[in-house]
Design a protein around this ligand. Structure first.
Ligand SMILES: C[S@@+](CC[C@H](N)C(=O)[O-])C[C@H]1O[C@@H](n2cnc3c(N)ncnc32)[C@H](O)[C@@H]1O
Length: 241
């Protein structure tokens, strides 16, 4: 996909971002993937200053066109994104991540498995959400989002009414929003916000539904860190009504 443009500086500045974008300098091989592979699979956001108005149909990013499109927000090292993409070759995957080393790790998973069905937005996920066409996503993953547990940082949490409203517009009826967290504050926050949203229904029958990772998913790096530290990961599946 030559000639694709990443998000512009204006698009970046539209949302305040509080997390980390850069860590240690990238190793040579990863820098190569950043320079060579990333431009080929970056989602083009070039229409209008913010690409607002939901113009982009993500299904058109894939050849051949895929039967469904799934999005992972904050994919971290990209292991879950790559696992899902490899297990579901007929589905198109969008991945968002802002942290450079995470993006580089995601690229190495994509390259190692030769995945053709993944496109990346190496920027703030909210810029991509603003650009997508309504009802264009079938499933969205938000796995172990930054918890921002202090009350004064609550407005930084990705789960909030504005983002849920936008996700409700983007996910098709019958689609799914999956959220995982190990942080007690964020778990409670998620349950206070998502099941009460008119567009989402918590798919739950008993504790196994939140204590066991969905069988089609794999443990992410962050989930392992949480378990090693004695925290209990919770997994939530919400149906888009
Ligand atoms: C705690 S980590 C979890 C990473 C991964 N999902 C896992 O389970 O290992 C949260 C990730 O979300 C990313 N992130 C936070 N806000 C984001 C945003 N607005 N858009 C895209 N990525 C974001 C961070 O850079 C970080 O890598």
């Amino acid at each position: 996909m030559p000639g694709l443009k990443p998000a512009t500086e204006k698009q970046r500045q539209a949302f305040q971002f509080y997390g980390r974008r850069k860590g240690r300098p990238l190793r040579k091989g990863r820098q190569f993937l950043f320079d060579e592979l990333l431009p080929r699979i970056t989602i083009p956001l070039s229409k209008g200053p913010l690409n607002e108005g939901g113009a982009l149909d993500p299904a058109t990013l894939f050849t051949p066109q895929q039967r469904a499109v799934w999005l992972e927000i904050g994919f971290g090292g990209g292991e879950h994104l790559a696992h899902q993409a490899a297990s579901n070759p007929d589905i198109g995957f969008l991945g968002c991540e802002v942290f450079e080393s995470g993006i580089a790790s995601g690229l190495s998973h994509i390259a190692e498995r030769d995945l053709e069905n993944v496109r990346l937005h190496p920027e703030d996920a909210r810029v991509l959400l603003a650009a997508l066409q309504p009802r264009s996503l079938d499933r969205v993953f938000l796995l172990f989002p930054d918890p921002w547990p202090k009350r004064r940082h609550a407005q930084r949490r990705f789960v909030n009414r504005g983002n849920l409203d936008r996700l409700a517009e983007l996910i098709v009826a019958g689609g799914e929003l999956r959220i995982a967290s190990d942080d007690p504050v964020y778990i409670e926050w998620t349950l206070q916000h998502v099941p009460v949203h008119p567009a989402f229904q918590w798919l739950v029958q008993g504790p196994a539904d939140w204590l066991e990772r969905p069988t089609d998913a794999i443990e992410t790096r962050y989930e392992k860190k949480a378990r090693d530290a004695g925290r209990v990961p919770h997994f939530f599946r919400f149906l888009r009504r």
